[in-house]
Design a protein around this ligand. Structure first.
Ligand SMILES: Nc1ncnc2c1ncn2[C@@H]1O[C@H](COP(=O)(O)OP(=O)(O)O)[C@@H](O)[C@H]1O
Ligand SMILES: [Mg+2]
Length: 191
């Protein structure tokens, strides 16, 4: 069983979006996923209530070992401690003030010998600065997700981007392919 911590102490970096969609990608790859999210705002409860997700999402660590291949922890903002797990997926958005938090968290994770998969998300390729940063980080092994309305549209109805309801969305195939690439990397290449 693989445990993935989606972590970045800063809020609004894409943690929940990544956690939900990586879980959905896991299913697409023929494996079972569970999302655990200690969410004070109860977002996980809303996702659960919607019944639109093909996997379980809970707000507490299960008492007995769940029958899944992958457990994804969706960490909360201001969760400063480096997570327990070996594998950390760290999303960030390409803004300067947010970069500092990422760098600090990344350093602390590496100091604890964690494997870190970085995802630069919400990249606006029309902006030179963001284009440059994306290129740089991609060279360093980060995954890049461009800005897309698809994620918002999916989240609005508590769906993942793999939901059939989004089949006709603009560039949905690209968005799904990117998410599957990340999950495949996490499942196969990261030991
Ligand atoms: N690539 C992207 N394109 C458009 N919106 C994005 C992208 N990545 C993240 N977002 C949006 O950013 C917002 C914050 O993401 P969220 O997952 O809630 O962050 P966190 O859990 O880190 O606080 C959400 O509305 C999400 O849909
Ligand atoms: Mg969140």
């Amino acid at each position: 069983m693989k445990i993935i911590d989606v972590w970045n102490p800063k809020g609004g970096q894409g943690k929940s979006m990544i956690a939900i969609n990586l879980a959905a990608a896991t299913l697409e790859l023929g494996k079972k996923a569970l999302v655990i999210c200690q969410d004070p705002q109860g977002t996980s409860t809303l996702y659960q209530k919607s019944g639109n997700l093909p996997f379980e999402i809970t707000d507490a660590i299960p008492k007995s070992k769940p029958d899944v291949d992958v457990i994804i922890f969706d960490h909360q903002a201001a969760d400063w401690e480096v997570p327990e797990g070996k594998l950390i997926v760290m999303p960030l958005k390409p803004a300067r003030d947010q970069y500092a938090t990422y760098i600090d968290a990344h350093k602390r994770a590496q100091a604890k010998s964690k494997q870190v998969v970085t995802i630069l998300t919400d990249v606006d390729y029309r902006r030179k600065g963001e284009r440059k940063l994306a290129k740089l980080m991609e060279k360093e092994g980060a995954f890049i997700l461009p800005s897309s309305g698809v994620y918002g549209r999916a989240a609005e109805h508590y769906r993942s981007i793999f939901d059939d309801a989004l089949n006709r969305s603009n560039l949905i195939r690209d968005r799904r392919r990117e998410m599957l690439q990340i999950m495949t990397h996490v499942l196969i290449e990261v030991k």
